[in-house]
Design a protein around this ligand. Structure first.
Ligand code: ASP
Ligand code: MG
Length: 407
């Protein structure tokens, strides 16, 4: 069988006739290069547009707030089905024989968990048939069917996962994720205009950037790609091939010409805003109260981050929207604490840093020179996160971006 490529088009890439023309061009290009092409689509457009996921969801919820999760998943899965029919019809009209397929027809078996289903298997026999007849299958992303025949959706942003799983199941050469930005950037281009597209990045780095606030590809899709060693390219349908960001394993990056540029400490910078830092002080060590704090916050369903525990000091951060609940808990426990509002977390991410001494020194020096106070820090093997005041965000990102030569 010829080599296969999976091309996933996000909601903004399929939302208008002009955008769909670019999809046609990209599909044609891949066919001309000799690929078997499998297209995966998201629902058309964003919230407010008639067939977008959020619009369908509100259609059900506004008039029927008690609608079951089963029915909600059913209506939400329609966005992608509509999109696949429209796209397949358009491609067919323009000389590319295509066939729309639901997630179930594409072989996605899910675990029955409405709205956040896991894919338990993918048997794309039907897609192989469609490909053998020289048709382009256009698969509705974000959905599957469980063992009882019920439709499940895969969680928001789930079409990326659909595409990567199909890439693995069909042993595709690569999966292209088309979106409205030209790749994964060294920093948020909305904040820093000199941010540029990263040419190659490892699975681990992309996951870290996504967890730390960058929004381009769903981290779950990247995890599936990593487990199955599927190469993923993030690109913009307006640009021709060869551009965008290649997400791949560390070994392929090192063996490429990339290594001639030397090891980089930092590949990209992500940030999260609207955070509140809590610092709780005990008079003397008290393990039962320590436990009680974290238990009560957990029971309130609040996620905490940048957690540092010392015998008499406990520090952590929460999203601003949860801070009043944390204050209530700490006050109820009669604890002395300080809440530092308007914080932002900046994270520098790079596989190179884990075996490179002095990276933190460079971070601290850069921020000191700009008189940006570091309120707290945390790290994993490929990430250093700094908590700063939100008003210093631009300055911090710019300084670190310059210092680590990401321009
Ligand atoms: N349409 C779904 C969502 O908005 C899935 C996707 O676009 O990936 O979350
Ligand atoms: Mg998406």
């Amino acid at each position: 069988m010829a080599k296969t490529i999976v091309q996933k088009y996000g909601g903004t890439c399929v939302s208008s006739p002009e955008k769909r023309m670019l999809v046609l061009e990209r599909v044609k290009e891949a066919l001309d290069e000799g690929y078997n092409v499998v297209v995966v689509v998201s629902a058309m457009g964003r919230s407010g547009e008639p067939y977008a996921t959020d619009t369908l969801k509100s259609l059900a919820l506004e008039t029927h707030p008690d609608i079951s999760l089963r029915e909600l998943d059913l209506i939400m899965s329609c966005g992608e089905v509509i999109s696949s029919v429209v796209m397949a019809a358009y491609l067919s009209e323009n000389g590319i024989k295509s066939r729309a397929c639901t997630g179930s027809q594409a072989g996605f078996l899910t675990n029955g968990c409405y709205s956040e289903a896991e894919v338990v298997d993918c048997q794309p026999a039907k897609l192989r048939e469609v490909l053998n007849e020289n048709f382009v299958p256009v698969v509705a992303g974000f959905q599957g069917v469980d063992a009882h025949g019920e439709i499940n959706t895969l969680g928001r942003g789930g079409s990326d996962t659909t595409a990567v799983i199909l890439g693995a199941a069909l042993e595709a050469e690569k999966v292209e994720i088309f979106t409205d930005v030209s790749g994964i950037f060294t920093a948020d281009p909305g904040l820093l205009k000199e941010a540029k597209v990263i040419q190659q990045i490892t699975y681990g780095e992309v996951c870290q950037l996504a967890y730390e606030g960058a929004k381009v590809i769903h981290p779950r899709a990247v995890e599936v790609a990593m487990r199955n060693n599927v190469s993923v390219v993030v690109r913009d349908p307006e640009n021709s091939s060869g551009t965008g960001t290649l997400i791949t394993g560390e070994s392929s990056i090192q063996s490429g010409n990339f290594s001639t540029r030397g090891r980089r400490a930092v590949t990209g910078i992500a940030h999260v805003t609207e955070l509140v830092q809590f610092i709780v002080e005990f008079d003397s060590p008290d393990s039962s109260r320590e436990l009680e704090i974290f238990q009560r916050i957990g029971e309130a369903g609040i996620n905490i981050d940048l957690i540092s525990v010392f015998p008499t000091t406990k520090a952590f951060i929460v999203k601003e929207e949860h801070s009043y609940k944390v204050e209530n808990i700490l006050e109820d426990m009669g604890l002395a604490y300080r809440a530092e509002k308007d914080c932002a977390k900046v994270s520098v991410v790079g596989v190179g840093m884990h075996s490179m001494p002095g990276v933190m020194a460079r971070v601290v020096k850069a921020l000191n020179e700009r008189s940006i106070p570091i309120l707290q820090s945390g790290d994993s093997n490929i990430t250093i996160s700094l908590l700063i005041k939100q008003e210093d965000l631009y300055d911090a990102v710019k300084t670190l971006h310059d210092r680590f030569n990401l321009r």
